[in-house]
Design a binder for this molecule. Structure first.
Ligand code: ZN
Length: 178
């Protein structure tokens, strides 16, 4: 083995996450989440950074990854809007890595609205994390706004920017510019 070589590129999970079409910061976040390396309050408590492992959003006694991304009331609310009702139980029962891969892998059958699902799923997770951080660390929590609206705005802004990058083609033939 070569010292310093990044073996994550050989990980099948990374092969799925690296295809995530959203912004790089969210791609890195998804990888860290998949590897369960996010510093939740349970983790902060285990490392003695805090004596309180409670969720700052809802007060639940143990804020771990499953709680933030699946079971905290804002997550419950968003998933009940986005996921086919009969599939919600199965959707929430998957392990974190399996769950992320199933939804980013492109053949997901959980979503009610499949358009841009990979982006919607990835950005929703990111916004749960930002929302949780707002409650955990901000002096004035609660100004984060609606998670679904934020996700929609992120997806729309990426859609606009990729459209701007596409070569311009005149409506009635002619050469492409750009
Ligand atoms: Zn909570």
């Amino acid at each position: 083995m070569r010292a310093g070589y990044d073996y994550s590129i050989l990980d099948p999970v990374w092969k799925i996450i690296q295809k995530f079409p959203g912004i790089p910061r969210v791609k890195s976040f998804l990888w860290i989440l998949c590897k369960r390396k996010l510093i939740t309050n349970v983790e902060r408590s285990n490392r003695h950074f805090t004596i309180c492992s409670r969720c700052a959003v809802c007060g639940f006694v143990s804020e771990d990854i499953e709680h933030i991304f699946k079971f905290c009331p804002p997550a419950r609310q968003v998933w009940s809007e986005l996921i086919v009702p009969e599939k919600l139980h199965d959707f929430l029962s998957l392990g974190i890595s399996e769950w992320i891969c199933a939804n980013l892998g492109g053949a997901c059958s959980f979503a009610r609205y499949v358009e841009n699902w990979i982006l919607v799923f990835g950005y929703t997770l990111w916004n749960f994390w930002l929302h949780r951080n707002d409650f955990t660390f901000s002096n004035a929590p609660g100004n984060f706004g609606n998670i679904c609206d934020r996700t929609k705005a992120m997806v729309a802004s990426l859609d606009r920017s990729t459209r701007l990058l596409r070569p311009f083609r005149p409506a009635h033939g002619g050469a492409a510019i750009g």
